[in-house]
Design a protein around this ligand. Structure first.
Ligand code: SF4
Length: 205
């Protein structure tokens, strides 16, 4: 009786072990959370200002409100108001440690552009209370639909390599990044591209 009981326990342990191994092998492969920079856009009109905070979501292929990330099934850490990054379990499809030129072809410009942009509507002027993190070249004059009235533009989904080519060939100091509707979502200049390249080479930004 005693020997049967011991054998039964051993079999039970073996079954549990096999079940655990089967459960582990059925798990989806581990994904790394990626940090997506939050971009602030302030729109200045003659009658006041409004601000939005977005990240570039690769799943959606466009700028997405941080509030949307908070309710998304892929968010790794629910973003708080003061956070400057969203941690997302998105499938980026971007290999680590690859050739920088290949990465530049596979990285959307919206992931590298400046974090802050100000859109000036007709008749508006930038107040002294404007975002202190705003770079000098991050002010864009726009029409009523937030489309830039002049300057070189790139879609937010354009590869960074296209921005590099545009800045080099046209000799301009910035490119304005726009969403699918043509509205300004950001600005990219050589400084961001150099910073991005330095990061790929292992230097801290
Ligand atoms: S958390 Fe969701 S909405 Fe936000 S970037 Fe990731 S996949 Fe997109």
């Amino acid at each position: 009786m005693g020997r049967t009981s011991a054998r039964a326990k051993e079999l039970l342990r073996a079954t549990k072990r096999m079940n655990a191994e089967a459960a582990i092998s059925a798990l989806p492969p581990m994904q790394e959370a990626v940090a997506l920079p939050v971009h602030q856009r302030v729109v200045v009109s003659a009658d006041g200002e409004s601000t939005s905070a977005t990240v570039f979501c690769r799943r959606r292929g466009r700028a997405t409100d941080v509030a949307t990330c908070a309710g998304c099934e892929h968010v790794a850490v629910v973003p708080q108001a003061e956070d400057s990054e969203v941690r997302c379990m998105e499938d980026r499809g971007v290999p680590h440690k690859r050739d920088a030129s290949e990465l530049a072809m596979r990285t959307p410009v919206a992931e590298v552009m400046q974090r802050n942009v100000a859109c000036l509507r007709p008749g508006a002027s930038l107040s002294s209370s404007a975002n202190p993190h705003l770079a000098d070249d991050a002010v864009v004059v726009v029409d009523q639909l937030l489309r830039p009235v002049d300057g070189q533009t790139l879609p937010e989904t354009a590869p960074l390599s296209l921005a590099i080519g545009l800045l080099a060939q046209k000799g301009c100091t910035r490119a304005i990044v726009v969403g699918a509707d043509g509205a300004v979502v950001g600005v990219v200049s050589p400084a961001e591209i150099v910073g991005w390249l330095a990061q790929q080479l292992g230097y801290e930004r």
